[in-house]
Design a binder for this molecule. Structure first.
Ligand code: ADP
Ligand code: MG
Length: 374
């Protein structure tokens, strides 16, 4: 069922945490609310669920305004990290709980529970208790419990927050497949960029109670709307520059100028480590020097020191590092295969600042996605 949120606002003790938020989730979509902790994601989800009242704005499910409809009458299933399974009930009883509350006949409950157990792949575990399951299995039970009453909308708040990284990764792929099978309109909250980009149809970036961008994963990745989004999805090299003719001049590097910027305007150049290209040159041809090389799994992390400017991080395949004979101390010219460029007003050209992000996982994710689509 389509979800439409219009001009939603909410303050706690006078502090605004949701500010004029509007978005639409089309029937059958899986949409992620992504952003740093404290940005208002859970509050938005709780307002849609009916667990919190908005100060202003509307929530429409299908063609029905629901701001004044109690949570239990909205036809919504929830999976919240802290909405744990009932520890004293078996898996089957947990899954059947919502159906019993709705006074469904026992035979019907048993049939639906079996169906849900099969759907989430937990055949044979119906009589187990939650403490006899792994973290990943428990989250699947939570999902089965939410889906059993056939909700028209499913809301998930950091559903995999409590499980370890490997299981979390398996669960997200599994969730996407489950969503494709069931087709229920879903919104999930996460602070994990790669999780959102990998499984959502659309990603809504929420920061300080506002929507910074609402786009497809690829749209967010290729065309971040502003510097905040660019950095949040992995552009960790920030280089101050200035528009000069048909180029951006950042002192030690140049980059083609995008349209729509005035000559001489100060800009911020944001580049992901995988977009930083290094070219060995002679001693006096560039101030930049390879500083340190470390192994980060599928690629090498190469730190480049630019005296008086700062340090850039590049991610380069091991074979390229060998072929170009990149070693500490080597002078290199720096170019960018791609970059995001935003107007800026502060730092002098060439100044590099970095923000630590899990860049490697994201770039490998996107190369996998590209291969999968090719
Ligand atoms: P997120 O899910 O993006 O981490 P939240 O929606 O949980 O963000 O919180 C946004 C802000 O609202 C935070 O500063 C949080 O402390 C505050 N907040 C959330 N719920 C309440 C509440 N019930 N009472 C007071 N403050 C709250
Ligand atoms: Mg939250």
């Amino acid at each position: 069922m389509r979800i439409e949120v219009r001009n939603l606002s909410k303050a706690f003790s006078g502090v605004p945490v949701v500010r004029d938020v509007s978005f639409t989730v089309e029937e059958g979509q899986l949409v992620a609310l992504l952003g740093p902790s404290g940005g208002g994601k859970s509050t938005i989800l709780r307002i849609v669920a009916g667990l919190e009242d908005p100060d202003a704005g509307s929530v429409t499910l299908g063609d029905r305004r629901v701001e004044r409809v109690p949570a239990r009458e909205r036809g919504i299933g929830f999976v919240f990290q802290h909405y744990a399974l009932f520890p004293h009930m078996t898996v089957a009883d947990n899954i059947g709980f919502g159906l019993k509350v709705r006074k469904q006949p026992p035979g019907e409950v048993a049939r639906r529970v079996e169906e849900m157990i099969a759907l989430v792949g937990l055949q044979g575990l119906g009589e187990r208790y939650p403490h006899e399951l792994s973290g990943g299995q428990r989250q699947r039970v939570a999902l089965a419990r939410a889906l059993a009453p056939s909700p028209r909308v499913l809301l998930l708040d950091e559903p995999f927050g409590a499980v370890d990284a490997k299981v979390r990764h398996d669960l997200r792929t599994w969730l996407r497949r489950l969503h494709d099978n069931v087709g229920v309109t879903s919104v999930f909250v996460t602070h994990d960029q790669s999780e959102a980009l990998e499984i959502a149809d659309r990603v809504i970036i929420v920061h300080h109670g506002r929507i910074e961008q609402n786009d497809t994963p690829e749209g967010i990745w290729r065309g971040p709307a502003n510097a905040f989004v660019a950095e949040f999805v992995g552009a960790t090299n920030r280089i101050a520059g200035r528009v000069a003719g048909d180029e951006i001049d950042a002192g030690f590097l140049r980059h083609p100028r995008p349209a729509g910027l005035e000559d001489g305007a100060p800009v911020l150049v944001l580049a992901r480590p995988a977009e930083v290209m290094l070219h060995p040159v002679g001693e006096d041809e560039s101030p930049a020097r390879v500083h340190r090389i470390s192994f980060v799994g599928h690629s090498m992390k190469v730190e480049v020191e630019v005296p008086g400017h700062g340090t850039l991080t590049a991610e380069i395949p091991p074979a390229v590092v060998r072929a170009k004979e990149l070693v500490p101390g080597r002078p290199v010219r720096v170019t960018l295969s791609a970059a995001q460029i935003f107007p800026s007003d502060t730092t002098p050209p060439g100044t590099i600042t970095t923000a630590a992000r899990r860049q490697g996982r994201l770039s490998s994710l996107f190369s996998r996605l590209r291969r999968a689509r090719a």
